[in-house]
Design a protein around this ligand. Structure first.
Ligand SMILES: Cc1cc2nc3c(=O)[nH]c(=O)nc-3n(C[C@H](O)[C@H](O)[C@H](O)COP(=O)(O)OP(=O)(O)OC[C@H]3O[C@@H](n4cnc5c(N)ncnc54)[C@H](O)[C@@H]3O)c2cc1C
Length: 297
């Protein structure tokens, strides 16, 4: 099912159950008397709530509404919040002008990326600033943390994951005839286009003179990454409300009757359904918690 019919069906079901939606209401915190304050098209609106479930998301893609305005509001009420950081994000490196001009936007297919003891087979894209794409996102937490610790991170790249280094060296050692090195690399090792450009960009020039070091470089290229792309471009956010602030019902123990769910909580996961699953699961748990709270009070 596509997302929009699914959402429409879901909204209809909620409306049938008596849910009222107040769209274009921006939550701005609480009044001194404890009512919820909203910025609404007609001006400020306030609501007295017996229980509140907060789910305003993290800080990625703020143009969709998740602008993390809630962070200072909850910090002011004494809630511990781990800084929001980009997760499932691209990274910046330092490409040469040639690499940026010729290869920004080029997909690098069927490679193995390794960082922090974890390897991912897949694709990524060379961008003007650095790298992005599914295989990068899968390693993004480890890369981001390494950059925070060390100032930069070395991403290992195997450009020919289906051949061993020995096999690659053997294939490259076959007679070259009059073929240029570029043609030889393309024919014998399947390295051309953006993969050849990465090799020339990163590997030391002298390795192109000998076949064994060249085979080694194709299997063990290292790209230095300097910083994650800004959180506004990331697919999700790490950080958020410390889990120690929540009770077993996802209620903020310091603010009875206020529950929290989704990306605003301090966890992170790879993309590919895990983020949505965790948001839905914590939403369900917080909703059940709020229902139990209302029954008790
Ligand atoms: C481009 C992109 C692709 C993604 N792809 C995947 C994927 O393939 N698989 C996957 O699992 N996850 C994916 N995600 C991540 C996933 O969408 C999020 O983790 C998830 O939607 C977060 O849910 P949430 O309910 O916590 O917050 P959100 O979905 O961000 O919703 C928060 C809502 O609260 C509203 N809001 C915020 N502040 C206020 C306020 N003060 N007052 C009123 N309303 C407010 C926002 O407008 C927004 O509507 C993707 C994210 C992006 C950006």
């Amino acid at each position: 099912m596509k997302a929009s019919p699914l959402l429409r069906a879901w909204l209809t079901r909620l409306q049938e159950k008596g849910v009222t939606f107040h769209t274009r209401h921006k939550w701005m915190g609480w009044t001194d008397a404890g009512a919820l304050r909203f910025e609404a098209p007609e001006g400020e609106a306030t609501f007295e709530a017996a229980a509140t479930v907060l789910a305003p998301g993290g800080a990625s893609w703020p143009r969709l509404g998740s602008d993390a305005l809630w962070v200072p509001l909850l910090e002011a009420r004494g809630i511990e919040i781990a800084p929001l950081r980009p997760a499932n994000c691209g990274f910046e490196g330092a490409w040469s002008a040639h690499m940026k001009e010729r290869f920004a936007g080029a997909p690098v297919k069927s490679v193995v990326l390794t960082h922090g003891g974890e390897s991912v087979k897949g694709d990524f894209v060379v961008t003007e600033a650095g790298v992005e794409g599914s295989a990068i996102y899968a390693l993004s937490a480890s890369l981001r943390d390494a950059i925070e610790r060390n100032g930069s991170a070395m991403l290992k790249l195997d450009l020919a994951p289906d051949r061993s280094e020995e096999r690659l060296a053997r294939d490259l050692a076959s007679p070259r005839g009059k073929a240029s090195l570029s043609n030889h690399l393309r024919k014998k090792a399947g390295i051309d286009g953006v993969k050849a450009a990465l090799l020339r960009e990163i590997a030391a020039p002298e390795i192109f003179a000998e076949l064994a070091p060249l085979a080694h470089a194709i299997k063990h290229l290292e790209v230095r990454l300097l910083r994650p792309r800004p959180i506004a471009e990331a697919i999700s956010s790490a950080g958020g409300i410390a889990l120690s602030e929540l009770d077993a019902d996802f209620m903020l123990a310091k603010l009875p009757g206020i529950f929290a769910a989704g990306e605003m909580l301090d966890w992170e996961a790879p993309t590919g359904g895990y983020l949505l699953s965790a948001c839905l699961a914590t939403g369900r748990a917080a909703g059940d918690g709020a229902a139990r709270f209302l029954t008790r009070s």
